[in-house]
Design a protein around this ligand. Structure first.
Ligand SMILES: [Zn+2]
Ligand SMILES: [Zn+2]
Length: 106
């Protein structure tokens, strides 16, 4: 089976991309029935975002009171920190007096 480069159109961004003979050989080997539908950047974007699918829960930061989203379900009664407060707390060895320190410096 001989393959030649083909130009396909990405269904996401509409850009034309080359389905190379080498890739077609690969598809043929794998017995893939369908042509690739997306250009490489869009494919990369999709696989990245697919991996990032996590439940995002809207909540309020216990430290600064800002609305934030967290990639987990907050446990009732446990403080939830926004990203920046969380990082600030991580940077401090004593997380317990974190709240007192921030209110003092604010
Ligand atoms: Zn694309
Ligand atoms: Zn915060």
């Amino acid at each position: 089976m001989e393959f030649t480069d083909r130009v396909l159109k990405c269904i996401d961004c509409g850009a034309e991309f080359v389905f190379t003979a080498g890739e077609q050989t690969f598809f043929y080997d794998k017995q893939f029935q369908n042509d690739p539908k997306r250009c490489k950047p869009c494919k990369a974007k999709r696989s990245r975002s697919a991996r990032r699918v996590r439940p995002e829960t809207r909540t309020t930061c216990s430290a600064c009171g800002l609305e934030t989203t967290v990639p987990f379900r907050p446990t009732q009664g446990r403080p939830v920190l926004c990203r920046s407060c969380f990082q600030k707390q991580q940077a401090q060895p004593h997380g317990a007096d974190f709240a007192a320190r921030t209110s003092a410096s604010a």
